[in-house]
Design a protein around this ligand. Structure first.
Ligand code: AMP
Length: 403
């Protein structure tokens, strides 16, 4: 039996974004020390850690030195190079292991792993080079989606193909790189299951969370998902089976499409806490970040019970377009929880923070969190409309806020 890593020990985190920050906060709350490693400094995770190491992932001596100072290494960013994870693994336990990273770092490998395991995925075909585009399209048909095999996220490196004629230009548009062609899924909803798997193989999940995307970026999540109980149960079962088969120690997010009629297709895996699980910080007895900590430290998992249904809305950099959002307005809503990630530069589409609301139903929580997000820009949106009325012009579209 491996010894548990106890409070007072040091956790090393590869990657330094908001996921690392929220993990570090959970870890420090339980009396752990946290060191982060990434190429940048003054990062969201580094700001709340005991030590922030800024070095390239390729600097394997720096990676080994980082691993020597910690009791266990985890990551918040699954695209750390394989050799970085391997260098850390020579010195300290890395959880989840580098083999899990290897599967999920490439969409072709990930979908092949899933379909070989008997898990439902949309039809797909690999595109390794120019010669494969026509064959892939002949197999999948249109409409379809072409995605880069590596390093794509939030819709980056993705293009929809409406007809066969567009296939080649779509592949060119994503940089003529190794890619996957997927059948377009006319889904009814998107849901995710966040599962934690402990070192002893025991598992706990947060049920099915419903996700709405805007411009390919997660916009709003709510729980419980508005799907039939049988769909929810199947999603959770598939999630557990994938976590088991991957041998994950830590948190794994499984994203699904729900087709009309309730058929589930796995879209993507993330072997780490996930944006759709952020609502667990305010809504559950144990958050996804604390589960990650417990799992990588070899401790028992906590209860995932929901205190109330909940919803989370992302705050993207677009909200800063006309200046700082109105924080006092949102703080005047006593039921809303504000989370900001300490990023000094607000760029369009950049995830800057999120809001959470709890309510008697997931629908009411969603309404509340969207109203709170609108409150962040209401005063200036009203001014804009006023000005447009005075000058007789049509108001410019209001960015960052959705109806
Ligand atoms: P991904 O980066 O694979 O998670 O894709 C981001 C988002 O694009 C998904 O959450 C969906 O909203 C959409 N999407 C991706 N793949 C497909 C597909 N095969 N069919 C329909 N929509 C898709």
């Amino acid at each position: 039996m491996t010894q548990a890593i106890l409070p007072g020990s040091t956790i090393g985190v590869l990657g330094s974004g908001q996921l690392g920050r929220l993990f570090a906060i959970a870890a420090r709350r339980m009396g752990y020390r946290v060191h982060t490693f990434s190429p940048d400094d003054d990062t969201p995770a580094g700001q709340v850690s005991d030590r922030e190491i800024a070095a390239p992932y390729e600097d394997l001596d720096a990676v080994r030195a980082f691993a020597r100072d910690v009791d266990v290494v985890t990551f918040e960013f699954e695209n750390v190079p394989g050799e970085t994870a391997r260098a850390a693994e020579e010195i300290a336990p890395v959880r989840p292991g580098g083999d899990v990273l290897h599967v999920v770092q490439n969409r072709i490998r990930e979908k092949t792993f899933l379909s070989r395991g008997g898990f439902p995925v949309t039809d797909f075909a690999p595109i390794e080079g120019e010669g494969d585009v026509a064959a892939a399209l002949a197999k999948i048909g249109a409409p379809a989606v072409v995605k880069t095999a590596r390093s794509g996220y939030d819709g980056k490196g993705q293009a929809k193909i409406e007809s066969a004629a567009e296939a080649f230009s779509a592949w060119e548009a994503i940089g003529r790189r190794e890619a996957i062609l997927e059948r377009f899924v006319p889904f009814e909803r998107e849901i995710s299951v966040v599962v934690a798997r402990a070192l002893d193989g025991s598992m706990a999940d947060f049920g099915a969370i419903e996700n709405a995307h805007s411009r390919h970026i997660l916009d709003v999540s709510s729980a419980p998902a508005g799907v039939a109980a049988a769909v929810r149960k199947e999603a959770v079962e598939i999630g557990h089976a994938i976590a088991e088969r991957l041998g994950v120690v830590g948190v794994l997010c499984i994203e699904f499409f729900v087709e009309p009629g309730g058929r589930l297709l796995v879209n993507e895996l993330a072997p780490r806490p996930h944006n759709s699980g952020h609502l667990t910080m305010d809504a559950c007895v144990t958050s996804q970040f604390e589960q990650q900590l417990r799992a990588v430290c070899g401790l028992a998992l906590g209860s995932t019970e929901y205190l109330r249904p909940a919803a989370m809305a992302n705050l993207l950099g677009d909200l800063w377009e006309d200046g700082e959002p109105d924080w006092p307005a949102v703080c005047s809503l006593p039921e809303i929880k504000l989370h900001l990630y300490g990023k000094s530069q607000a760029r369009p589409r950049r995830k800057m923070g999120h809001l959470t609301a709890l309510a008697p139903t997931a629908g009411e929580a969603r309404e509340a969190v969207l109203a709170a997000r609108r409150a962040l820009t209401r005063a200036r949106d009203d001014r804009k409309r006023e000005l447009a009325r005075e000058t007789g012009q049509e108001a410019a579209p209001i960015s960052g806020t959705r109806p």
